[in-house]
Design a protein around this ligand. Structure first.
Ligand SMILES: [Zn+2]
Ligand SMILES: [Zn+2]
Length: 316
């Protein structure tokens, strides 16, 4: 497999984690922590697909593998391409720690058409998080994909080992406590927004691209203040010593948009409610990006926010 990039990069999504060549980027992402799908593509084709779903019943692993491969064959039949040539029972995963808690079957398949495609993959059932994970690394038949494929498959994890979860996408990476889950996400070209909920509230991580354009000549401080939707009561600046860039921390009060009533807004019970918020942000000049972490809360508890900020890799 020819890869224009020798660097590898992590992708972390809903407790799924894997490492791939840097020029494979997210081509499709759907579902949630229970059931979902993730695909990374390069300029040529889809390169890795990962599916996850909860374990249902006692279906033996080899039957699940057969079912998954049958689905692929089915897809091929519909496209009227020749059937898959499948090899099963391959030992592609070598990591003892992975093998310990998972029943795994590795496989390889290839098509026999002129522009033939092949894949090395593994399907496993994890006894810790009770998920079935199906992953395959694809290539053209004439490419030698074995070493890249097994390297990718051996980095794949379906639950965190420690008490934090790695989130990594589009070149940014950070950790959240394992007790948090992703509630909402927006993955737009110029803006990534991830909203998490945990036992003590919510937290929002936002990345804006084209920082220079966003700032439009303003110093970061001015932009940060002007984009705070509320009154700032306390402010602090945090040095580069702990974070990758010097950052600003604000605590203030904002109007809760959900309580803004357009009609009869003058009635006492309909007055908009206010809530406290804190926000930490910085300008990543080398990556030309703006980062902002936000957390609603009546009292400032900067540690919740800053603990996430400390883990955030914003540029390479
Ligand atoms: Zn697991
Ligand atoms: Zn940076």
């Amino acid at each position: 497999m020819k890869s224009s990039s020798s660097r590898w990069t992590p992708t972390g999504w809903h407790r799924l984690y894997l490492e791939t060549p840097e020029d494979w980027s997210i081509g499709a992402i759907s579902g949630d922590a229970t059931t979902g799908y993730l695909r990374l593509d390069d300029a040529v084709m889809p390169r890795v697909e990962v599916r996850w779903e909860p374990v249902k019943g006692q279906e033996p692993l080899d039957r699940i593998v057969a079912r998954y491969l049958e689905k692929l064959t089915e897809k091929n039949r519909k496209k009227k391409t020749p059937p898959l040539k499948v090899r099963r029972g391959l030992n592609l995963i070598k990591d003892e720690a992975v093998l310990q808690t998972r029943a795994i079957e590795g496989f390889h398949w290839e098509t026999e058409s002129e522009d033939a495609v092949q894949a090395y993959g593994a399907l496993w059932r994890c006894s810790v998080c009770n998920r079935i994970v199906f992953a395959q690394v694809l290539g053209l038949d004439r490419e030698s994909i074995f070493s890249t494929a097994t390297r990718v498959l051996n980095t794949l994890r379906d639950h965190p080992e420690g008490d934090t979860v790695v989130w990594a996408l589009y070149g940014m990476k950070f950790e959240t406590p394992a007790t948090w889950s992703l509630k909402e996400h927006r993955l737009l070209t110029g803006r990534i927004l991830l909203r998490f909920t945990g036992p003590d509230g919510e937290i929002e991580v936002e990345r804006l691209s084209l920082a220079e354009m966003q700032l439009n000549g303003r110093p970061f401080e001015t932009w940060f203040e002007q984009t705070c939707d509320g009154d700032i009561d306390r402010r602090d600046s945090l040095s580069e010593a702990e974070f990758s860039h010097p950052g600003l921390w604000y605590f203030g009060t904002a109007i809760d948009p959900a309580t803004v009533h357009k009609r009869l807004g003058w009635l006492p019970g309909r007055r908009p409610k206010k809530h406290g918020f804190e926000r930490y942000g910085w300008h990543c000049a080398p990556g030309n990006k703006l980062f902002s972490l936000r957390r609603p809360g009546e009292r400032p508890t900067p540690e919740a926010l800053l603990n996430v900020a400390r883990t955030l890799t914003c540029h390479r």
